[in-house]
Design a protein around this ligand. Structure first.
Ligand code: ATP
Ligand code: MG
Length: 634
């Protein structure tokens, strides 16, 4: 069956479709009912079924692929590569689970995991899954206050952390951050389990509270901890959204629905069969990391390459080299990461054979045409844009090479995946938009398996935040989109990323895309700033590619001209700044909110997710210096 028939069945007869997909995983007790949508917008998948994520990720494979690599954890920071088979993974996860059980963690308890992108993070997550504890992975490197907020929300029984992370050769102590967060927290857990990597010799330890993991591991290696069989709709984990738009939300995932959705996505979307390898450059702390560094590949019997380090260290060919070394078939990364590589010599793209690599999936942000072209042409591989949110847990829009690959249209993540009935509607009237017209992207309930079930302990906020925007009960993605006549969806940016210039509503993404067509430009962010005459005007911030020697003022004015040429005078930037870096979150998303605040002389807001504080300083200096291009240039 091709894409159209399969997708149609998934939305028109969800019970039959997902009932069949349920066979992709192992059940201790099979579900009695595939879908219960009697209490919208809530829904339950695979009701009455009992299963376990850890069992499906590890135990299930021991008989057939025990000696196959499950995880390859590569760190170009410490220089250590660990190759871990399914059998070894089983041993490690059991030792971890035994340790946690001894520390009083049981089914339904929360465990905060604050680790770098290392093998122990995978062990910790799977150990939680094994005993039915609910993990909340907090991206390693979040500031103490941010960690404290998440601790207070989850009220964990245990916190697992490392002595330190590393970035660009620099040791970043984690433990002092944890200690500070626990001092601030209203509900600190009784124990902290510390994975000591030997990076911070001065690591402070608190007697009676802190437990050394290596010692526990020694004691428990060889123990087998029985799997806790969970009802399909029990919570498996919490994951707070990265918060580029405000207070973080505790996205709650289930067990059975998530496992089935991931299993299906592994074959149909990512085109991976058991025994094949995936390199996902995300961090386990993000949604992509949960699904495609850990659970998806392991449920699918694949080999997952986990990477700690910069994309450019020891050289910008490191990811391509890993693809060759481990015979990677599918790579998963983000447009931001590719834009970092794009600043480097393109020769790195052709230095490795890439003979096994078939697909490069990119998600997390709009994929601009220049970046797409650079990667697709430079590697000769099929580059697949896919769209999702922390909330969905797996791609909602994508092409599906494992099922029926449709032609790529650069700039579009393609078509709805299984179970997603999506519409593009008018934000004011809720009416469907015609092809070619811009509207808000919404999903008709029931949300497919894998998507969030609610927000942690806040059903009301779940309903209000996602389903309360229109008269009809629809899940709002809060993203603008347009569908073309062939049914391809294009994402035009977030509904809050809109500039109103003299009554014209302009998406910041359109302006960014037009600036990015200039060869000298590496990265660009556009925000709206207040203007007495027009209400708002666009402010452009851009970095230039390495090796560009043109005068920044000349390039700034070229950007202004290019926007007018492509979008018309109404979009003419008020100011254009050439800067050396742009403020981003640790997951690589541009912090437009902070740029806008700085432009208005306001507080840049919660900066705990900011990757590099220097970027903000640089922007401040540029603003003080005054714009190099734009209609407001003195
Ligand atoms: P928060 O919701 O807390 O503000 P966030 O939305 O940045 O944080 P994520 O869930 O990681 O956190 O990001 C999802 C968003 O990323 C989408 O809503 C969309 O705006 C953007 N996005 C993801 N993939 C794509 C894509 N392929 N094309 C365009 N935009 C994308
Ligand atoms: Mg979001």
């Amino acid at each position: 069956m091709g894409y159209e028939e399969t997708w149609r069945r998934s939305v028109d007869d969800p019970e039959a479709f997902w009932g069949e997909q349920a066979a992709l995983i192992e059940w201790h007790v099979p579900p009695t009912r595939i879908l219960d949508a009697s209490n919208p917008p809530f829904r339950q998948w695979f009701v009455g079924g009992e299963t376990n994520l850890c069992h499906n990720a590890i135990d299930r494979h021991l008989a057939t692929r025990g000696e196959q690599l499950a995880i390859v954890a590569v760190s170009t920071e410490t220089g250590v590569t660990r190759e871990i088979t399914y059998r070894e993974l089983h041993r490690e996860v059991n030792a971890f689970a035994a340790t946690m059980t001894e520390l009083g963690v049981g089914r339904g308890d929360r465990v905060v995991v604050y680790l770098p992108n290392i093998a122990e993070a995978v062990f910790a997550m799977l150990a939680c899954a094994r005993i039915g504890a609910i993990h909340s992975v907090v991206f390693g490197g979040f500031a103490a206050h941010n960690l404290a907020l998440r601790i207070d929300d989850a009220e964990p029984r245990l916190l697992i952390c490392a002595d330190a992370g590393m970035r660009g050769g620099k040791v970043i102590p984690y433990k002092p951050l944890v200690d500070a967060a626990l001092r601030e927290s209203r509900s600190p857990p009784p124990h902290v389990l510390v994975v000591d990597r030997g990076l911070d010799p001065g690591m402070p330890l608190v007697d009676g509270r802190d437990v050394d993991y290596a010692t526990q591991r020694e004691r428990h290696l060889g123990t087998t901890v029985p799997v806790a069989w969970l009802e399909s709709n029990e919570p498996s984990y919490l994951l707070y959204t990265s918060g580029t738009t405000g207070r973080p939300k505790g996205v709650q995932r289930d067990v059975g629905g998530y496992a089935v959705a991931l299993a299906l996505s592994m074959t149909a979307i990512f085109d991976l069969r058991p025994g094949q390898a995936i390199l996902c450059t995300s961090d386990v702390g993000w949604a992509v990391g949960h699904s495609y560094n850990v659970y998806g590949p392991l449920i699918g019997g694949c080999t997952a390459i986990l990477y700690e380090g910069l994309p450019t260290h020891p050289d910008p060919g490191i990811w391509w080299r890993l693809c060759d070394t481990y015979g990677v078939r599918t790579m998963f990364s983000s447009p931001t990461a590719i834009r970092i590589l794009k600043k480097q010599d393109p020769a790195w793209l052709t230095r490795h054979a890439l003979s096994t690599l078939r697909w490069i999936f990119l998600a997390g942000e709009p994929l601009d045409q220049p970046t797409y072209d650079w990667l697709a042409q430079g590697t000769g591989k099929t580059v697949i844009d896919n769209y999702w949110q922390t909330e969905t847990g797996w791609p909602a829009l994508s092409l599906m090479p494992g099922l029926d690959l449709k032609p790529v249209k650069p700039g579009s993540p393609g078509f709805p995946t299984f179970g997603y009935r999506m519409r593009v509607i008018d934000d004011a009237t809720g009416q469907d938009k015609a092809p070619g017209e811009k509207g808000v992207l919404v999903i008709e309930p029931p949300l497919p398996p894998g998507c969030l079930t609610t927000l942690w302990r806040d059903d009301e906020r779940y309903v209000r935040s996602y389903f309360g925007h229109f008269r009809e009960v629809l899940y709002s993605s809060l993203d603008w989109a347009v569908r073309d006549a062939d049914g391809y969806t294009f994402i035009l940016g977030r509904t809050d990323d809109v500039i109103n210039v003299a009554g014209h509503r302009l998406g910041t993404r359109e302006i960014e895309e037009s600036v990015a067509t200039l060869g000298a430009v590496a990265e660009v962010a556009v925000v709206g700033v207040a203007d007495e005459l027009k209400g708002q005007v666009p402010a452009v911030f851009a970095t230039l590619k390495q090796g560009v020697t043109d005068d920044p003022g000349d390039v700034a004015r070229a950007m202004e001209r290019r926007v007018v040429e492509l979008l018309g005078g109404v979009a003419r930037p008020g100011c254009v700044y050439v800067v050396s870096s742009l403020p981003k979150t640790r997951s690589g998303k541009l912090l437009r909110r902070s740029l806008q605040a700085l432009m208005q002389g306001a507080d840049p807001g919660d900066l705990s997710t900011l990757d590099d504080p220097n970027a903000l300083e640089d922007v401040k200096r540029a603003i003080r210096r005054g714009p190099q291009g734009g209609s407001l240039r003195a």
